[in-house]
Design a protein around this ligand. Structure first.
Ligand code: ATP
Ligand code: MG
Length: 646
């Protein structure tokens, strides 16, 4: 393989302000270097020490790290419980009456749970699960709206050692059945419905439809959220609030092995059929806790808001386990950013005086499209730190976020990581790192990435190649549930002894990483391998463009031609404007990357977690039927419309 050619020029840099750096958890380059080098030279020593001081153990572990990738085990011999790490520890301190979760529902209803109140609810629901016959090691599926009961159910599972498997509330009955069968789940926790843009999502009805195809499920617990009548099957279906009245509020936490399975979570399905990633207790908890503190610089007085759905890994690690293990106040929101209007997120920031805000590029691109007038209506001066995750962020979208939301004062942490990595891997440390629009900058302590060719040989600075991890870390996935061979093939089958993430990236002369998109999506134009992300970024830097997805298509002369699917900010651009756009890309990144085709479309096919599904666009550009898995596609009509225009 030749390397991936980088054509994007981006040289802007934003150092942290001295005030921010002064109070940050990691506050100087020397401190970062020291931590990073120590972890690289002695991962067992580095993580072992943190596990001793930061985690609460029933019984201390004996071996910090055992074995190499892919089968590394962490903190063997120790006994631990994730709910204790998130709750019980804080009850012994002044945080007992601190808000753990501040929740706002889509209709505007609100609830606040202090650490003590959350602990009580978790213990009660843990007793409910026990009463329903759930035992340590059983799998429990949570298919719920973004209500506090979801966090309560997760922590209740972890309290008794049941493994939770959360299915995002937008999925269909078939997707629920597949995942329940894959995980062999015994109990499903759901709700009568959830709110989404003023409409009701019929969660219980979907569960009912899934059950005939998922025989492992014995019991269903239903939270009353919308009040819509639902069918309740005797001896199978139970109301949450009725069960909660019948149990007491004491529940001793199970003393679990460090490697006890904490949860199964299916990936987004951007590149194919979703994979059932398994995470275990101690290693995952340590990762979630430390990365939250380092990257979001969590302080006790902060109101922290991650806008992800808990149905994705971001919500697991950075709404629930990470913030709560740090004793932080985590804001949880049920609704959408544009309901009842496009100002909803900014209204929430003003209302709760949010200090730290973590969202996704897909949302940022939508905000840009909706216009600056929405955020400008609200007071966003409480914000001190911004974050992004999920896809590469185009530099111009980064600049907009920096300017319009961050008031040019908030550092932006562009966090690269995956369901599989459990926690953030590459990200600016906001008190140390000069940020660069479009770069996730440098690896966190304990993370040792490299850019290699397809033989595993390291590439030089600025040459694009495969992004790999050269050392194990405690919060990495342990397997794909029920398919250890697929786990080994997917992540370790390509390059001996290296974890291959599936992404392409380059590292610049300062050691900063620039993710260039999925390796599967790389274009090969006249023998040059080009990154989708870079061409998309050039398109997005034009004032007419809100969002862009670039794919290759078979081309007689060049091997692959460049096909650009473009969502304009306003009305569909004229032919003259289309020509301008082509000229703009050419000028920005060179003749080599000149688009062969530009197709305007009001929306792009995305996963339900909001990521562009380029593989489906590739089929359209090539004039083929879609071949791969489309179960995680957010909106089937987008695909149909694109085909009509074909
Ligand atoms: P599947 O594995 O099923 O194809 P997926 O990879 O989208 O789906 P996730 O685990 O949700 O599932 O996403 C991880 C991927 O998201 C990364 O591999 C990377 O491609 C992308 N990603 C996440 N954060 C960033 C970021 N900050 N910059 C660039 N890419 C990112
Ligand atoms: Mg993936």
């Amino acid at each position: 393989m030749s390397s991936i050619k980088s054509v994007l020029q981006e040289t802007r840099q934003f150092p942290p302000s001295p005030e921010f750096a002064k109070d940050a958890h990691i506050s100087s380059e020397e401190q970062y270097q020291q931590l990073w080098n120590r972890a690289k030279d002695n991962p067992a020593g580095f993580w072992g020490e943190l596990a001793q001081t930061e985690l609460e153990w029933f019984k201390p572990f004996e071996t910090a790290m055992e074995g190499q990738m892919p089968d590394t085990k962490w903190f063997l011999g120790g006994k631990i419980n994730a709910s204790v790490q998130c709750l019980d520890r804080h009850l012994k301190t002044w945080r007992k009456n601190k808000a753990a979760i501040i929740w706002e529902g889509e209709p505007g209803d609100t609830r606040t749970l202090t650490y003590q109140q959350l602990h009580r609810e978790v213990c009660k629901f843990a007793n409910v699960l026990k009463k329903l016959g759930v035992q340590t090691g059983d799998r429990v599926t949570l298919y719920m709206p973004m209500v506090p009961e979801l966090a309560i159910a997760m922590l209740a599972c972890s309290r008794i050692g049941a493994t939770h498997s959360i299915i995002f509330g937008g999925f269909s009955a078939d997707a629920i059945a597949d995942r329940n069968n894959d995980a062999q789940a015994k109990v499903v926790v759901t709700a009568d419905g959830g709110w989404r843009r003023g409409k009701e999502v019929p969660l219980k009805t979907n569960v009912d439809a899934s059950l005939p195809k998922a025989p492992s499920v014995e019991k269903v617990v239903v939270v009353r959220r919308t009040g819509t009548p639902v069918d309740m099957v005797p001896d199978r279906d139970y109301w949450w609030h009725e069960l909660m009245e019948q149990v007491d509020a004491d529940c001793e936490p199970a003393e679990l092995d460090s490697e006890h399975p904490l949860f199964i979570l299916y990936t987004s399905g951007s590149t194919g059929k979703p994979k059932g990633v398994l995470h275990t207790t101690a290693g995952y908890m340590l990762g979630a806790q430390m990365t939250s503190r380092w990257v979001f610089d969590l302080k006790d007085q902060d109101t922290y808001w991650c806008t992800a759905d808990i149905g994705w890994i971001t919500g697991h690690s950075y709404i629930v386990y990470g913030p709560l293990s740090n004793g932080a106040t985590s804001l949880m929101f049920e609704g959408a950013p544009n309901w009842p209007d496009e100002g909803r997120f900014w209204e929430i920031i003003e209302k709760y005086q949010v200090n730290i805000f973590y969202t996704a590029p897909t949302a940022i691109r939508a905000f840009i499209k909706w216009g600056d007038q929405w955020p400008q209506k609200y007071d966003l001066s409480s914000l001190r730190l911004l974050g992004t995750v999920g896809e590469p962020i185009n530099p111009e979208a980064w600049m907009w976020y920096h300017r319009v939301i961050g008031g040019e004062r908030c550092p932006i942490v562009d966090t690269w990581w995956q369901t599989e990595t459990g926690g953030i891997m590459i990200s600016p440390l906001p008190g140390v790192q000069s940020t660069k629009p479009g770069s996730c900058t440098r690896p966190l302590p304990g993370v040792v990435p490299a850019i290699v060719d397809d033989k595993g040989n390291p590439l030089e600075a600025n040459q694009g190649g495969l992004l790999v991890m050269t050392q194990p870390w405690p919060h990495m996935l342990r397997t794909l549930y029920g398919d250890h061979q697929r786990f080994k093939d997917t992540y370790f089958g390509k390059l001996e002894g290296l974890y291959f993430a599936g992404d392409g990236a380059r590292k610049d002369e300062d050691g900063c990483y620039w993710v260039m998109g999925r390796v599967d999506d790389v274009l090969n134009v006249s023998g040059h391998r080009l990154s989708t992300m870079e061409i998309e970024s050039a398109l997005v830097s034009h004032p007419l463009v809100a969002e862009a997805a670039v794919v290759g298509f078979p081309h007689e002369l060049k091997g692959e031609g460049i096909c650009c699917f473009v969502t304009p900010k306003g009305v569909t651009p004229s032919d003259q404007e289309k020509k301008e756009l082509i000229a703009h890309v050419r000028k920005q990144i060179g003749a080599l990357a000149t688009p062969d085709q530009i197709r305007f479309t009001p929306s792009l096919p995305k996963t339900r977690s909001g990521k562009i599904m380029r593989r489906l666009l590739r089929d359209i550009a090539a004039g083929k039927e879609s071949s791969g898995d489309t179960t995680t596609l957010e909106d089937y009509t987008v695909l149909a419309k694109l085909r009509e225009e074909d």
